[in-house]
Write a protein that binds this ligand. Structure first.
Ligand SMILES: [Zn+2]
Length: 77
């Protein structure tokens, strides 16, 4: 089960949208996921530690931003 770090939505990893192909980080497999409920984006790490323990955790990424700078909201020049 994966829990969204933003809204607490909990579901199987398949229920989240994979926004890019998974990659490896040390002994983890990392999946960049989008929450179907709040559209927050986070990285889900899962793997087996060198001690043989299953480890999984999430790291918040920036919530979906439209496109960086919003035009018109900057200083008027
Ligand atoms: Zn969420």
């Amino acid at each position: 089960m994966v829990k969204c770090p933003y809204c607490g939505y909990e579901a199987k990893v398949e229920n989240f949208r994979l926004i890019k192909p998974p990659w490896k980080f040390r002994f983890y497999e990392v999946k960049s996921l989008e929450c179907p409920r709040c559209n927050g984006i986070f990285n889900y790490y899962s793997g087996i530690s060198p001690k043989g323990r299953k480890v999984e955790f999430t790291i918040r990424m920036k919530p979906r931003a439209t496109s960086g700078v919003k035009y018109g909201e900057d200083k008027k020049n």
